[in-house]
Design a protein around this ligand. Structure first.
Ligand SMILES: NC(=O)c1ccc[n+]([C@@H]2O[C@H](COP(=O)([O-])OP(=O)(O)OC[C@H]3O[C@@H](n4cnc5c(N)ncnc54)[C@H](O)[C@@H]3O)[C@@H](O)[C@H]2O)c1
Ligand SMILES: [Zn+2]
Length: 448
């Protein structure tokens, strides 16, 4: 190793000893383009659970409601009462909610609605050669939104899925969510269903909920498409029903954040934002990316202090121990290069030039810009759905959107002049393909 190479390693080792909460990744002296092999990455979900999920789905297909009850007893420890909760109960929950909370849900709903109403696609029409082609955007008739439960409750996820479905024009929107330990569904989740216009809620979670939504039971009416985040069982179940049901475009797994910041930002802001997504629980991912060595140490120290006093200490620690990283890069350009490589669910550009740099982001679920741009805004009230691609799938997938509920369908109107204007081209191509009837279907219609 060269003298300068040795110096770099020594520098890195010294720095590493000072970092307490995050794992240091020193890229300052990296040469050439960054590759996946240059950075640590959480493993993709293991496939050993696949068989188990398959068995759960089969059990629901064969056993219907009875299977839903016994699986819920097995996995959630709950003896289910009614399998459906309808709108009057949602409305009641909404009216018993603490008014500030009810108002907050309404505000979030309004902002989500605004964002997606502005994005509604228009139909397109092209007329030439005697043929008119119209493209329609048609909403699926029914959609099922999976809302995680288990470790936490997510009324916000009701809003961030069902609202989008309703704006797209889906007639029947249902929610499935695991029951609480006493078999009920919490009031805020029910109230959010009321606000978002959800038609029915099934207190069922996990792979069994996905199977019920896809194939139906005596009580559950099957839906055309299923969206929403969830744990590994939910994700694998969605993958397995994908031949029979739409499953939405994004693989929304455990939360991820990548925070780009420098001394223009209070280190406590960057620190708390790393904790924001880490507190969702295990298997998440949190990256700090900076070009300032002193700043890196300040954020690390602030995070250390924050975690020690957090009420969600265990969740944050377990994410950070496995997947908490601090990258030291050589420049703003390299910071964005690294972000594009990681393709995080949430990308925060907190530093002063964040807006300028955002133009170079290719791979991220959503980009937040500005010193106050905590992803917590996005989780609740910013507007774009918080159901976002994780595990690096932001390279090809998008966050939940209208497209998840809309089909494109063309109507082709063949006018009276089309045979004469362009029929010859059909005959030529049919001829070379040896498909005689294709050509003749034009020839017998030729009137001149
Ligand atoms: N990306 C997003 O938009 C977003 C939003 C909210 C939540 N999330 C993520 O969703 C996930 C929620 O996970 P969760 O587990 O808390 O809730 P969950 O609702 O996804 O899963 C709970 C269900 O899993 C099933 N289950 C649990 N253990 C099982 C086992 N051993 N075998 C078979 N089934 C089993 C049970 O039926 C239970 O009802 C978290 O990772 C969270 O970060 C993501
Ligand atoms: Zn979050």
């Amino acid at each position: 190793m060269s003298e300068s190479g040795k110096k770099v390693v020594l520098e890195s080792q010294e720095l590493m000893q000072q970092v307490r909460t995050l794992h240091l990744v020193d890229l300052r002296h990296h040469e050439g383009p960054l590759r996946t092999s240059d950075i640590p990455r959480p493993q993709a979900p293991a496939h050993e659970t696949l068989e188990r999920v398959r068995a759960i789905i089969d059990e629901v297909r064969v056993g219907g409601d009875r299977a839903l009850r016994s699986l819920t007893l097995r996995f959630d420890g709950v003896e289910l009462g009614a399998l459906t909760i309808d709108r009057p109960m949602m409305e009641e929950a909404y009216h018993t909610l603490e008014p500030r909370l009810a108002q907050a849900l309404t505000v979030a709903h309004r902002r989500i609605q605004q964002v997606y109403e502005a994005e509604l696609p228009t139909s397109a029409r092209v007329a030439s050669d005697g043929i008119t082609v119209v493209r329609h955007n048609i909403a699926v008739a029914s959609a099922g939104c999976y809302v995680p439960g288990g470790a936490a409750r997510y009324p916000s996820t009701v809003l961030h899925t069902a609202t989008v479905a309703k704006v797209a024009g889906v007639e029947r929107v249902v929610v499935a969510t695991p029951p609480q330990s006493d078999g009920s569904v919490d009031q805020a989740t029910l109230a959010a269903c009321f606000v978002a216009g959800v038609d029915a809620l099934y207190p069922i979670g996990g792979a069994q909920a996905i199977a019920a939504l896809a194939y139906g039971t005596e009580t559950v009416v099957p839906v055309d498409t299923i969206v929403g985040p969830g744990n590994l069982y939910v994700a694998l179940a969605k993958a397995q029903v994908a031949l029979d049901t739409g499953i939405g475009s994004s693989f929304a797994g455990p939360s991820e954040v990548l925070v780009v910041a420098d001394a223009t930002v209070d280190p406590r802001y960057a620190a708390v934002d790393l904790a924001v997504q880490a507190e969702h629980g295990p298997h998440g991912l949190a990256w700090l990316v900076t070009w300032d060595e002193d700043y890196l140490l300040e954020v690390d120290a602030a995070l250390h202090e924050y975690v020690a006093s957090s009420s969600r200490l265990e969740a944050i620690r377990s994410t950070l121990i496995d997947n908490g990283f601090a990258a030291l890069v050589s420049s703003r350009e390299q910071a964005i290069e690294l972000a594009n490589l990681i393709a995080p669910e949430h990308l925060e550009l907190l530093h002063r030039d964040g807006e300028q740099d955002s133009a170079y982001v290719r791979n991220a679920g959503v980009v937040f810009v500005g010193a106050d741009a905590t992803a917590a805004f996005g989780d609740y009230v910013a507007g774009p759905s918080h159901v976002l691609p994780t595990y690096g799938t932001a390279r090809f997938a998008s966050g939940l959107g209208l497209e998840d509920f809309l089909r494109r369908q063309h109507t082709v109107i063949i006018g009276p002049t089309a045979i004469d204007e362009i029929g010859w081209a059909v005959e030529e191509i049919a001829n070379v393909e040896g498909l005689t009837a294709h050509g003749e279907s034009i020839a017998i219609r030729r009137r001149s």
